[in-house]
Design a protein around this ligand. Structure first.
Ligand code: ADP
Length: 261
């Protein structure tokens, strides 16, 4: 519990710092980007210069994407939880996830009949799921399968399914599994840290799992990594059950963040 508190405080401090930096950095990029565009107009006909300018433009674009991810991380939007059947959320996301996975990675979705409802912010949950699926894709460069499973899970205070840092109670369990590279124990120990990434510069921000961690904790749930180097990773999320009937509300379409981690 102490470690969880320290983690939350660290996330908050990093969030504040990051928000400020990302904002100023964005202004700097605007100035650079504007001047690059101007130069592109002034240097029409000079191919060598145009090539250089195009590569500057793409670096500016990469920076802008990074800073918008940082801002999303720092903003810590308040949750707008609804009572939801996650089966419906998955149906809603099916298309987007398949597009994010491309041709070589299969997607399998399994849901228990009679799945309990949960109280959760649908937009933020969709972003978390998308991030987990992109991580799974990145761990399977040679292709493979991502499985998303939904089931009811009762955690008892003691006995075989007691979990040391998961309060006894009823949960909806969401598991995202892949058949990819897996994580070494060292990577697993650091994976939830903000900005920890093993991906090349420009590809990973190291924010996907720490955002997932913050969101799940804030929703009263629990997130855990199970990973075997060489055989794959499962991210297991427990979200508290809601006994209420599903909120009759439109689920907002997920924003298209494909490409980031
Ligand atoms: P990013 O994806 O931008 O690197 P994350 O916080 O989502 O940031 O992930 C941190 C690191 O955890 C990744 O760089 C990777 O090393 C590891 N990781 C996350 N998901 C998986 C996965 N499904 N399989 C293997 N490694 C993973």
């Amino acid at each position: 519990a102490r470690a969880a508190l320290q983690h939350a405080q660290k996330l908050e401090a990093v969030g504040k710092l990051t928000g400020g930096i990302a904002h100023d950095f964005n202004n700097v990029l605007h100035v650079i980007g504007g001047n690059v565009q101007l130069l592109q107009l002034l240097c029409k006909g000079d191919e060598r210069l145009q090539k250089r300018l195009a590569s500057m433009q793409s670096a500016v674009d990469r920076g802008a994407k990074l800073s918008s991810q940082l801002l999303a991380f720092a903003r810590r939007q308040p949750l707008q939880p609804l009572v939801l059947d996650l089966t419906r959320v998955m149906v809603n996301m099916d298309d987007l996830l398949r597009r994010a996975l491309g041709e070589s990675v299969q997607l399998a979705i399994r849901a228990d009949d009679g799945l309990w409802n949960t109280l959760v912010d649908p937009g933020q949950l969709e972003n978390v799921i998308l991030n987990l699926v992109i991580n799974a894709r990145d761990a399977m460069p040679e292709g493979g399968t991502v499985t998303i499973a939904l089931d009811n899970s009762t955690i008892s205070g003691d006995g075989p399914d007691a979990a040391p840092d998961l309060a006894a109670g009823q949960y909806v369990r969401l598991t995202v599994s892949d058949t990819g590279t897996g994580m070494s124990p060292e990577v697993q120990a650091l994976a939830f840290e903000p900005f920890f990434t093993t991906k090349p510069v420009g590809k990973g921000t190291g924010l996907g799992l720490s955002m997932a961690y913050g969101f799940v904790k804030q929703s009263g749930g629990h997130i855990q990594l199970l990973s075997m180097p060489g055989s794959g990773t499962s991210v297991v999320i427990h979200l508290p059950r809601s006994e209420k009937a599903e909120t009759e509300a439109e689920i907002a379409p997920v924003c298209d963040l494909v490409g980031g981690g």
